[in-house]
Ligand binder design. Sequence first.
Ligand code: BEZ
Length: 250
Amino acid sequence: MMKTQHWSASEYTRHAHFVSAMASEVLSLLDPQQGEEVLDLGCGDGELGTYIQDQGCSVIGIDASSSMVAAAKARGLTALQVDGHNMAFENQFDAVFSNAALHWLLQPESVIGGVHRALKTKGRFVAEMGGAGNIAALLSAMLAVFKANPDFGVFQNPWYFPSAEEYQALLKKAGFHVEKIELVSRPTPLASGLDKWLEIFADSIASQLSDEQKRLFFNGVKIKLKPALYSQQKGWVADYVRLRFKAIKL
Ligand code: BEZ
């Protein structure tokens, strides 16, 4: 069974600020309008949800993590602890927005179906997520270190990184018109380093390891990736690829 990913909102806010800082393109694509009802799916610590709220929208954030929901509420967002696979909203929102969350949800048809139900007719689903090829170097290094250490157990990939064609087909099947969908390479500087990235984002992978195994895992991944992802000038830069889209409920 897939291990659960645990989030610490305070660590996320401190070390993963790049997630919201690099969301300007998907926010432009959302183009929030005064008075709109918006659902922020996977709202995290609420930074982007409160930004959308500040544009005059009425926003509800949902997240599977209680720590993130508490942090989002502390920022002044209405936030609920909900698994994105099981949303129960109906014809309520002008827009569903999501940044860097959909790749954690491994049953995309359930998610897209729930988004479709949650939207009013002609409502829009605007999102950015990891797409095909996202963190390819990171993933292959993690996999190689697991292979070299059979005592680590089976490597379970907790992420879903679809191609534009695959996701477009799912959106169409659920009853959306896809206005725009693109896959964009976006190298992402990790100001807090690779150890912190692994600690925060690969928690579900590392949680099956002992402390000593975790140390070997982190070091092994760093050694493998240093030639490709580290430079003196830029520090660690992750090989992110974004899938960004806007789809309209028919
Ligand atoms: C991403 O935003 O692409 C991502 C973040 C953490 C783990 C995997 C992917």
